[in-house]
Design a binder for this molecule. Structure first.
Ligand SMILES: NC(=O)c1ccc[n+]([C@@H]2O[C@H](COP(=O)([O-])OP(=O)(O)OC[C@H]3O[C@@H](n4cnc5c(N)ncnc54)[C@H](OP(=O)(O)O)[C@@H]3O)[C@@H](O)[C@H]2O)c1
Length: 217
């Protein structure tokens, strides 16, 4: 499988690149900072420098040519303000969907956030509220498209080692999940066509990942 990951130097993205590359998939990571190319290469992927707040649909589409799937793993990050929640968490996700459409790539797996559906309905000065609104807007955009999409809403992310077990369902109580387990769930979702059209929340739990994905879809 050829997979293009937007936000290729993110913590989840680097773990996902390693998992996919180790089993023989061809992986491309889109990074905005040229200094991040070596890390992505070390994770087993091919790095392409592409700023998703500046690139055109045509530029991104050219990077997606021949891909079987795209994964949106970018994010403005905890230090960013309200404007970049819109330009990255919403805008870059929409750009990736536009580019996937233009490139004829149907499969799109989006990392959203738990509680995106509880985003404030109107604009807010609160950065976290703006983040949830951006995630919700990105979800709404993707859900309206005739793409083979899956939306994954992780809970609070940790850098703990992989547990290999999770709780995955359309609605779960809040909680934390390791980025390593999120990466493993993303691999399982990519491998599971029945997850197309699913919106799934993810936290730590007791169910082995393959079983959790099979049960959730
Ligand atoms: N933190 C949480 O508890 C939590 C919970 C649920 C969901 N999430 C979501 O999970 C996803 C991944 O999380 P993570 O911790 O792996 O994220 P991360 O380590 O912060 O990685 C995000 C990546 O997006 C990249 N990015 C930002 N702007 C970009 C642009 N204009 N063009 C290209 N790439 C750009 C960043 O690159 P730079 O290094 O160049 O900025 C960074 O490599 C995010 O969507 C996040 O919102 C987070």
């Amino acid at each position: 499988m050829r997979v293009v990951i937007a936000g290729g130097h993110g913590k989840i993205a680097l773990l996902l690149e390693r998992l996919l590359a180790d089993r023989g998939d061809e992986v491309v990571g889109l990074v905005r900072n040229p200094a991040h190319v070596d890390d992505v290469t070390a994770a087993g992927a091919r790095a392409v420098v592409c700023d998703l707040e500046a690139a055109s649909v045509e530029e991104v589409a050219a990077h997606l040519a021949g891909a079987d799937a795209v994964v949106f793993a970018a994010g403005a990050g905890p230090g960013s303000g309200i404007p970049r929640k819109d330009t990255v968490d919403r805008g870059a996700a929409v750009l990736l969907a536009d580019a996937a459409t233009a490139a004829g790539v149907r499969r799109y797996v989006q990392i959203s956030s738990i509680n995106a559906d509880a985003a404030p309905a109107t604009e807010t000065d609160d950065v976290f509220g703006a983040y949830l609104r951006a995630k919700k807007a990105a979800e709404d955009d993707l859900r309206a498209r005739p793409l083979d999409w899956t939306i994954l809403r992780p809970g609070r992310l940790t850098d703990d080692p992989p547990a290999g077990t999770v709780r995955l369902a359309p609605k779960v109580d809040g909680g934390a999940v390791s980025r390593a387990d999120v990466a493993a769930v993303l691999v399982a979702l990519l491998d599971t066509p029945a997850s197309i059209g699913a919106v799934l929340e993810l936290v730590g739990g007791d169910t082995p990942i393959d079983q959790a994905v099979a049960a959730a879809v």
